[in-house]
Design a protein around this ligand. Structure first.
Ligand code: AMP
Length: 549
């Protein structure tokens, strides 16, 4: 879709959202009439295509990719077409607010393809982002619209690729109008990498020669076409990077940047404060909500504060249903019904304020597939609901009958880390796990802490860390506190890990096949190996001194 026709696309969005109910019925009718003869659907529908029969007979099934577990989902030519359409949809509101970035300059977007693999039946499999980078359309627009050459995106070693993408972004810094990546964590990864490599990058820019450790021939060729000695630019960058505080560094390095484009909702919420520190005043834009299983919604208000973003669902992208979700830590142990007993709600019938688990049926052959995301209806745009991302389902800590969700954890961490801020320390990363190696089990939080203005986290008073443990416990839900009082759960522990531990965690998941572009740090560690990575980097352990009640 031509981006200069953004007004036309906005009009289409008006039509789609106005006729959401009717379009959803058409989407389902189309999927069923095309696929009713498949072996899977025949078993439930016996060749019929009625919506009511579909709703009555087709079971709800499960999926989800968070936690570093790659899953395979089918891709058809229709899926590719939808992806192309989607780009126009989510970019139009952005262009409306920030001007036509495609005409104004280039995007420095950190992008990483993963090698394709072949399934036993001979089909090619790749991450969604990789398939997008492989499309000929993308390759055609890349040199004009982006600073990264294709070779740096497909570079087999993500660190070589990242170094080169930062280098190309710096060389073209006066043209850069937006900076971003799919997820906020990758942007931060880029900034941290820059913190460790800016001197070397400046040297390369000064001499016009790419560092010898970048051995990838594609990257070297791409660099040789563009690089020439530029000592003035290198000096400018060096002066900017050499300053004591990196607050607002993005604005200084890329003065024409209009916004940072990356998803900052859901698990990525925890990175907002740190990103805001580096980009001081540049808006953070979470433009869309999508998953490998289906494309879902767009942010119609890109200037909205990152904590308040809602996504308006596009009814033409898939058939969406919603499984109502109860708030499950009321005082008693929850008596939730099975999914089979709960009726799924259609897109246009969801209720404001209610939380739902997303279930998708797609043109690629997923039927009533639970994506694993919990969303809350924040309002409607015309007849299409708008959702805030609440949490990944199943990302919970539980020692006994209590259930702690990602949101509970994030709230408690937010309360506790507030104790660090006035002392000049920032919590940059966290994750959790349940340690049941001794009885009773207890919650463990891994925290990576950074000191502002050259402070080292070793200077942190242990008393404050103990207080953080207490504050976390006080901020957790009622059931947790009751169980703590009865000693069903032992004292919460914070393990402070050294700088770079979470990067090592990311490297581990990437080495296991997770795409760097799509990496989402697990809120709760389930793998032994991942746990070892963090445990081997612990520099301090602190426990809550008393029960919170
Ligand atoms: P993947 O299948 O690797 O593309 O990851 C999709 C998952 O990423 C979704 O199911 C969500 O859990 C998460 N995700 C994608 N977009 C957003 C968003 N805008 N806000 C919060 N989480 C998101």
């Amino acid at each position: 879709m031509a981006t200069n026709g953004y007004e036309g696309v906005l009009k289409m969005i008006e039509e789609l959202t106005t006729n959401a109910g009717q379009i959803q019925d058409e989407v389902l009718r189309e999927i069923l009439s095309r696929n009713a003869g498949t072996e899977y659907l025949r078993g439930f529908l016996h060749g019929q295509t009625e919506k009511q029969l579909f709703k009555k007979n087709v079971p709800i099934v499960t999926s989800g990719t968070s936690g570093g577990q790659p899953k395979m989902t089918p891709v058809t030519s229709q899926v590719t077409k939808n992806c192309e359409l989607f780009r126009g949809f989510y970019e139009s509101p952005v262009i409306k607010h920030f001007g036509d970035i495609n005409q104004a300059g280039k995007r420095m977007e950190l992008m990483f393809a993963r090698p394709e693999i072949e399934t036993p039946s001979g089909l090619k499999a790749a991450s969604v982002s990789t398939s997008i980078y492989k499309e000929s359309k993308f390759r055609t627009i890349l040199p004009k619209l982006y600073t990264s050459p294709i070779e740096t995106i497909f570079c087999p070693d993500p660190n070589h690729g990242l170094y080169c993408q930062l280098l190309f972004g710096l060389i073209q810094r006066d043209e850069v109008v937006t900076i971003g990546s799919l997820f906020a964590s990758t942007v931060l990864r880029g900034i941290k990498f820059l913190e460790n490599h800016w001197q070397e990058l400046c040297y390369d820019i000064k001499t016009g020669r790419l560092s010898d450790w970048i051995t990838d021939s594609g990257c070297r060729n791409a660099a040789s076409l563009v690089m020439k000695p530029n000592p003035e630019q290198a000096d400018l960058i060096e002066n900017i990077c050499n300053c004591k505080s990196w607050e607002g560094i993005i604005r200084k390095l890329w003065p024409k940047a209009r916004y940072i484009g990356c998803i900052c909702t859901g698990v990525m919420r925890q990175y907002i404060a740190e990103l805001e520190f580096y980009c001081r005043g540049l808006p953070l834009v979470s433009a869309f909500y999508a998953c490998s299983e289906a494309i879902c919604g767009i942010n119609l208000e890109p200037l909205c504060k990152p904590y308040d973003v809602s996504y308006t669902f596009l009814p033409n992208m898939a058939y969406f249903e919603f499984l109502p979700v109860e708030n499950d830590h009321d005082e008693s142990i929850d008596m939730k019904k099975n999914d089979e007993d709960t009726e799924l709600v259609d897109l246009v019938n969801v209720k404001a304020g209610q939380c739902y688990e997303l279930v998708v049926t797609t043109c690629a052959g997923l039927y009533r597939y639970k994506v694993g995301d919990v969303l809350m209806v924040s309002g409607f745009y015309n007849n299409a609901p708008q959702f805030q991302f609440v949490e990944r389902k199943n990302v919970i800590l539980s020692v006994d009958q209590e259930k702690t969700s990602e949101t509970d954890l994030s709230k408690a961490v937010t309360e506790a880390k507030a104790l660090l801020d006035p002392l000049g320390f920032i919590l940059t990363e966290y994750t959790s796990y349940v340690d049941t190696s001794s009885a009773p089990g207890h919650y463990v939080l891994f925290w990576e802490i950074k000191g502002k203005e050259g402070k080292h986290c070793k200077e942190l008073d242990p008393k404050i860390m103990v207080e953080c443990c207490s504050r976390m416990e006080e901020s957790l839900h009622y059931t947790y506190k009751i169980y703590r009082k009865r000693n069903i759960i032992a004292a919460l522990e914070i393990r402070v890990v050294k700088q770079g531990s979470f990067e090592a965690l990311m490297d581990y998941y990437v080495s296991k096949g997770t795409s760097l572009s799509q990496y989402k740090k697990p809120s709760c560690i389930k793998s032994e190996e991942a746990l070892k990575i963090l445990d081997s980097r612990v520099i301090g352990k602190y426990f809550s001194p008393k029960s919170p009640l």
